[in-house]
Design a protein around this ligand. Structure first.
Ligand SMILES: [Zn+2]
Length: 269
């Protein structure tokens, strides 16, 4: 590559991350075009890794709790609601998918070799199997307690909670129809073989299975949507059993972002 081409590349990279020709601290080695180019490309690569994942929105999604802690509910169709954008769909007490949203590629969870019942999208099967096998290797037998829920089944679930504890309370721990990540077909609630339903424990995250999931599920692409202490950010109570599939690469990116999934999804736009 010519010296001129190298200079062209230099102009594409912000000045604060490159050593220019006349930089007083440039080493002798940096004065040759090849070494300069390799330095520039390495630095640019490091910078691109640093800014990944791509941030489309800035700031925060709309508030889902009032100052007194009441859940703010709205019915706004979420921006990404095609079946191929399952990994981008932001669902919360405000954003929703339509009642007709029903993925056509659902598969019985048992096809991944895991215990329990329900349906999950086929695209999550391989990593569900990997998750289950890793758990087994750690002496834990995971069980799927709840998987895909249609709009109408979510309606029934939510109404049952309303009847049991009233609307203001129900919206804190159950999604209204259209607002549930379970409708995506990529979200599962876990317990373990021989264990009770996870919400019956004072903290499922403290059981062996819950603690293992919390530490390891992301490695297989599964992310806890509603972590502890984030009710004011997610709208929902801590749900250490509720995991949404993002795939391994995105689950890793979500983890290193340090953001709760709802905020991470918002910023991905
Ligand atoms: Zn759930």
């Amino acid at each position: 590559m010519s010296d001129e081409a190298v200079r062209g590349l230099v102009r594409l990279v912000p000045s604060w991350i490159v050593c220019l020709d006349n930089h007083p601290r440039s080493s002798r080695a940096m004065r040759t075009p090849i070494s300069r180019l390799s330095f520039i490309l390495t630095t640019a690569l490091a910078a691109s890794v640093f800014v990944s994942p791509v941030v489309a929105n800035t700031g925060s999604p709309p508030a889902v709790r009032t100052s007194s802690g009441a859940v703010i509910v709205k019915d706004i169709l979420t921006e990404h609601r095609s079946y191929s954008h399952w990994h981008l769909s932001l669902l919360d007490p405000i954003f929703m998918v339509p009642s007709t949203y029903a993925p056509g590629d659902l598969s019985w969870v048992g096809n991944a070799g895991i215990a329990g019942s329900g349906y999950v999208r086929k695209l999550a099967l391989a990593d569900l199997r990997a998750l289950d096998q890793a758990a087994r290797a750690a002496g834990i037998r995971l069980r799927v307690v709840s998987a895909y829920r249609s709009y109408s089944s979510q309606k029934a679930v939510f109404n049952a909670w309303v009847e049991k504890s009233g609307y203001a309370s129900a919206v804190r721990y159950s999604a209204r129809p259209g607002h549930s990540e379970h409708q995506l077909g990529t979200t599962l609630d876990f317990s373990f073989v021989g264990g009770a339903d996870p919400w019956k424990y004072s903290d499922f995250g403290s059981t062996r299975a819950g603690a293992w999931l919390k530490a390891n599920a992301w490695k297989y692409g599964w992310v806890m949507s509603y972590p502890k202490g984030a009710e004011h950010l997610t709208g929902y109570i801590y749900e250490p059993w509720h995991y949404r599939y993002f795939g391994r690469s995105l689950a890793y990116q979500q983890r290193v972002s340090g953001l709760v999934p709802r905020y991470w999804l918002w910023r991905r736009g």
